[in-house]
Design a protein around this ligand. Structure first.
Ligand code: 17E
Ligand code: FE2
Length: 414
């Protein structure tokens, strides 16, 4: 396959991308198609990027909002209560969970995502959510790479079997150790849960991704524990802090100190702008806090931050269709990143920065010699791609077109 006249993301000029045997053989400005029957697609200057990365979603929760009830307060904690009730009331089979997850994977695929990190609730002693997602991971691997985080959603120390379930989940094949320290009964339990996650990650050779300080409480400071411990163990590059919304409420003086540890530790951050604008500030009267982590400030300090969606119609968040473009749009607004420089590099937040977080950089990127995994979006400039929320025209994986979308056409009198 030959992709002609591509604009490579953040590069000038028009490029031809020659794909053979599923790999990017050559990227040059003068490629002639070699074989007679070569499929040639003229991209007419449209942007080619590596596939989008969804670093944080809960595929076992998708499409469950409203059963058994809707989240009235809109808070994180009511979401956890509803999910816990649902597990008692709605007796789903593994197949039911797979069906919902598969629907969500197809939404993500349509929007150019080929790498996903999903959390899965391992508070449920049957671990059927994990079984379901392990099967989904295997069944969709031709189209999507999925990493699975074992998340003790109801807290590691709220039940005696918490730790053994987490350990079992890792033995069964979860890729990443999760945690939720701000939900543990006491501060000490929260600290213990972070240490436990790092211990298990070292023991099993896994990554770490903690739901960390997803609360509007300036006293919620598990991030410093996670980062300092990761630094001591020299494993910061394998560790991710998700949400970290309490950082929006920390004083600037404390944040200054915290950033010194974060920079040394090299931990990754996932901000979930749509989900957390919805979930946070729910206990405030005006002025209502936005409750988003300090994305711009961390990026300016060289700390890796990416964006994710978190939810598709679940007890925490009622909307979402798998598309990361609106997440980028909302995130830029909410984080005061609507300056020109941040707009033109915004797609980093859902490509390279996500890939760094998932620790997949070795194979990621539109480069000669890499597997031909890429997307084409309907825009010829980085700036316009963000302004117009450019849709994905092609998603190509291993040299094959796995998604093709015709742009919508409108006729107008003017
Ligand atoms: N679980 C949690 O603790 N927080 C969230 N935002 C979601 C699930 C979606
Ligand atoms: Fe989450």
């Amino acid at each position: 396959m030959l992709l002609k006249n591509a604009k490579l993301y953040k590069q000038d000029g028009k490029w031809d991308i020659l794909i053979t045997n599923g790999n990017i053989q050559q990227i040059s400005q003068t490629t002639e198609s070699k074989a007679e029957d070569e499929e040639v697609i003229d991209l007419d200057g449209k942007i080619v990027l590596p596939p989008y990365v969804e670093p944080h979603i809960h595929l076992d929760y998708v499409l469950t909002a409203g059963t058994p009830r809707w989240n009235q307060s809109g808070s994180v904690f009511e979401g956890i209560e509803i999910w816990s009730e649902r597990k008692q009331i709605v007796k789903e089979t593994k197949e039911d969970i797979k069906k919902r997850a598969m629907e969500a994977v197809r939404m993500q695929m349509k929007h150019g995502i080929q790498h996903v990190r999903t959390h899965v609730d391992v508070s449920d002693p049957t671990l059927k959510g994990l079984e379901a997602l392990l099967e989904v991971k295997e069944e969709v691997k031709k189209y999507m790479d999925i990493q699975i985080v074992a998340l003790p959603q109801e807290g590691l120390y709220s039940k005696p079997e918490g730790e053994s379930l987490l350990r079992k989940a890792l033995e069964m094949g979860a890729d990443v150790v999760g945690g939720i320290p701000h939900y543990e009964p006491t501060r000490e339990d929260g600290v213990r849960s972070v240490i436990c996650a790092l211990d298990l990650a070292e023991e099993f050779g896994k990554l770490v991704d903690i739901h960390c300080d997803e609360i509007d409480d300036d006293q919620s400071r598990y991030l410093e524990v996670l980062a300092a411990e990761a630094l001591k163990r020299n494993m910061g590059h394998l560790v991710t802090a998700s949400h970290t919304t309490a950082m929006a409420s920390y004083s600037n003086a404390y944040t200054y100190k915290l950033f010194q540890t974060l920079k040394k530790a090299g931990v990754h951050f996932i901000a979930l702008p749509k989900a957390n604008l919805h979930l946070q500030g729910r206990f405030d009267s005006h002025p209502v806090r936005r409750g988003l982590t300090r994305v711009k400030e961390m990026l300016n300090e060289g700390i890796n931050v990416c964006f994710g969606l978190d939810s598709i119609k679940d007890p925490w968040y009622p909307l979402g269709d798998g598309n990361l473009m609106p997440v980028v749009d909302v995130g830029l607004h909410a984080c005061h990143m609507t300056d020109h420089d941040n707009i033109v590099k915004a797609l980093d937040l859902v490509t390279t920065n996500g890939a760094r977080t998932l620790d997949i950089m070795e194979k990621y990127g539109v480069k000669e010699g890499n597997q031909a995994n890429l997307i084409v979006i309907d825009s010829d400039s980085e700036y316009e791609a963000i302004r117009t929320q450019a849709p994905v025209l092609y998603s190509i994986r291993n040299g094959e077109i796995i998604v093709k979308t015709e742009p919508a056409r409108t006729e107008m009198a003017l």
